[in-house]
Design a binder for this molecule. Structure first.
Ligand SMILES: NC(=O)C1=CN([C@@H]2O[C@H](COP(=O)(O)OP(=O)(O)OC[C@H]3O[C@@H](n4cnc5c(N)ncnc54)[C@H](OP(=O)(O)O)[C@@H]3O)[C@@H](O)[C@H]2O)C=CC1
Ligand SMILES: CC(=O)C(=O)O
Ligand SMILES: [Mg+2]
Length: 624
């Protein structure tokens, strides 16, 4: 094949600036030279190698011999080649061989640092296997142990000391074409509380799903941790904590930092950059989304994403129980971002169906840490007023459940095991098919487990949880809980909003996403016990949500794109990231073709790990 080295480099997708300068863009090269000034050895690194080994382009053993020759890297890998499928098989074997979730997580991070496309291909083809590792529950452990496992930059840290210079910090990121940012200030990470700068783990985890599920190219995404200190005493005393070791900065100084951040994003990356707020403590979460929703392209995942994904679940309850939403009694345990986001979207849905606000709120009860929200509570926050009931106070959740007899119980408290036997039995006493949404993450914070929910309701409950639970066998019936998590909507919402270059995101988008998700749940899913589609279908769900959202943005003239595409589906498909190597040259070089060996995981496991069954037997014998 007659192909020059320059053409090959172009084929593989390297940018001109990257191969013309020795180490990528000129500045880092000069900087590296300065850093290594006194070290004659590091000055001798062959520049082409850096580019070939860049995770975005590196194909490892999948480089054909021809490519290795032309790129001048022949000899760096053993003489065999692997097809992308064979590489994927190797990843799976490696992933399975590791038993500890955090070790699996580290393995995947290392893979990402080596072969970005392979990493995302693995994520999107083995979503069910991988989601509990890169997302809840393992991502909770990642954040709690962030100081220990911190390796290399995965996003930008913007600290309170960067005030006045946020534009410059944003300009330090390696990519210039950023289209979406996931930002946290670490104020309330999952149900784990204030984790300060360790919250970076959640921003990167959320963005991994933008690509794995939403198909959004990773180079368009940026994770940000706003580091304004932490009130977590344990972290402040932890020698390995990576963030600013100061008490959380609050008040105008903090608000100004967020304002400067928003303006800097627009200045550096453009006005329709999508800003995703994640895991801010509730008062800040509401404050910023109310302030910015109509003047920036932004969204709060915990309020709006959760509202949308749980509304989809409610639409499923309607189908299973044959009772319309206005015939149900809702009880929310917790009055934070998640609960209020859901309750507000539910009220909007009821009002869209022609029900007056007052009537819509009548059957929605809220029970927070201090007890049932009633009208005689002094200084009630504005958001709660419309749900406050003219009733005597009730302190215990068990008593509220007994009194109001909810048919749908939602938990977003971060309090593990709050839905105890008494609560669950009480629900089952009053309803043939009550619904329970135990939304708190990670698994240890879930209001109850799937097993408890089924056991104490004789298997009649329609159960969904924020974190994944395996199916449960009860009364000889296998019940599969659905995963009620905003991850089923936010990748699709982001895909629609950023591909359509939305100027802002109206509330209607969250209803659209909810209906799209609900329509993806099949009768088969519902018969198996789930109100949601299987996680393996999450990519299709994200695309369907993205398509409906983009169409809505175009229809309502909220897009900055001109002209708007005629065929939105085709436009969106063209936008998607392809985690496959492109332009692979055939393996026509002189080495003989080796005999291929079938991809048999049992043989591989035996070869590398020995016979696990025998080992187990030996261990048991030894224990005896
Ligand atoms: N599945 C999903 O998609 C999502 C799940 N979540 C999960 O929801 C949880 C809460 O998040 P968020 O709403 O932002 O957090 P908040 O901390 O803002 O809200 C928690 C709420 O629970 C209340 N609460 C605490 N203890 C009890 C109790 N014993 N009984 C009743 N209420 C109680 C708190 O009351 P008070 O303020 O008085 O202490 C507060 O109103 C987290 O665990 C998070 O992981 C969040 C977003 C999405
Ligand atoms: C899922 C999520 O966003 C949370 O638990 O905060
Ligand atoms: Mg969250």
């Amino acid at each position: 094949m007659n192909i020059s080295r320059l053409n090959l480099i172009k084929c593989l997708g390297f940018r001109r600036s990257m191969y013309l300068s020795p180490l990528g863009p000129a500045y880092p090269w000069q900087y590296c030279k300065r850093l290594t000034h006194n070290n004659p050895h590091t000055d001798c690194i062959r520049p082409s190698l850096h580019t070939v080994l860049d995770t975005r382009f590196n194909k490892g053993l999948a480089f054909t011999m021809k490519e290795r020759q032309l790129l001048g890297v022949n000899g760096l890998w053993p003489c065999s080649t692997r097809s992308p499928d064979e590489q994927l098989f190797g990843i799976r074997a490696n992933f399975e061989a590791r038993k500890d979730p955090i070790v699996k997580y580290s393995y995947l991070q290392a893979l990402r640092g080596r072969h970005e496309r392979l990493y995302f291909r693995f994520l999107s083809e083995y979503t069910e296997l991988v989601l509990p590792i890169i997302y809840t529950p393992t991502v909770g452990t990642v954040c709690s142990t962030f100081g220990l496992i911190f390796r290399s930059p995965v996003g930008l840290y913007i600290t309170i000391y960067d005030r006045g210079h946020i534009v410059e910090v944003l300009q330090n990121w390696r990519e210039t074409n950023i289209r979406a940012i996931c930002v946290t200030d670490g104020g309330r990470i999952l149900g784990l509380g204030d984790l300060g700068a360790s919250g970076m783990g959640i921003s990167t985890g959320k963005l991994a799903l933008y690509t794995a599920l939403g198909g959004i190219p990773p180079n368009l995404l940026l994770a940000v941790a706003l580091d304004v200190g932490t009130d977590n005493e344990q972290l402040l005393a932890d020698p390995l904590y990576v963030g600013a070791r100061i008490k959380r900065v609050k008040g105008p100084e903090y608000d100004d930092l967020v304002q400067e951040f928003m303006d800097a994003v627009v200045e550096v990356f453009g006005p329709d950059t999508f800003i995703h707020f994640e895991d801010f403590a509730t008062p800040n979460a509401f404050k910023f989304i109310r302030k910015y929703q109509h003047c920036f392209s932004c969204f709060n995942d915990d309020i709006q994403g959760t509202g949308s994904s749980v509304l989809a679940g409610f639409l499923g309850v309607e189908k299973v129980t044959n009772h319309k939403l206005n015939e149900h009694v809702f009880l929310f345990a917790g009055a934070g971002s998640a609960s209020m986001g859901i309750a507000n979207l539910l009220v909007k849905e009821l009002m869209d169906r022609g029900i007056k606000e007052e009537d819509a709120c009548k059957n929605i009860y809220v029970h927070e840490a201090g007890g049932l929200v009633t009208q005689n509570i002094p200084n009630l926050v504005e958001d709660l007023k419309r749900f406050a009931k003219k009733m005597d106070p009730i302190a215990k959740l068990e008593d509220t459940v007994e009194k109001i007899k909810p048919s749908i119980l939602v938990g977003a408290t971060g309090v593990g095991n709050l839905f105890n036997e008494q609560v669950l039995r009480s629900l089952a006493k009053n309803h043939k098919q009550p619904a329970v949404f135990a939304l708190s993450n990670p698994t240890s914070k879930s209001e109850c487990t799937a097993e408890q929910a089924y056991k104490f309701t004789e298997g009649r409950v329609i159960f969904s949880a924020g974190s994944p639970f395996p199916p449960v066998l009860i009364n000889e019936k296998r019940l599969t809980p659905g995963q009620a998590n905003n991850c089923l909507v936010y990748p699709g919402i982001a895909l629609g909003v950023l591909s359509a270059h939305a100027r802002y995101v109206p509330d209607e988008v969250y209803t659209i996403a909810a209906y799209t998700l609900a329509n993806y749940t099949t009768e088969e899913n519902r018969k198996a016990g789930s109100l949601y589609p299987a996680i393996k279908d999450a990519n299709d769900v994200a695309f369907a949500i993205g398509l409906n959202v983009a169409k809505y943005i175009f229809k309502k003239n909220l897009s900055n794109l001109h002209p708007i595409p005629e065929d939105v589906c085709e436009y969106l498909s063209g936008f998607l990231y392809r985690p496959h190597y492109e332009h692979t040259l055939p393996n026509t070089w002189e080495y003989p073709k080796f005999q291929s060996v079938p991809l048999d995981s049992e043989t591989v496991v035996k070869t590398y790990l020995g016979d696990i069954k025998d080992k187990k037997g030996e261990e048991q014998k030894a224990q005896k």
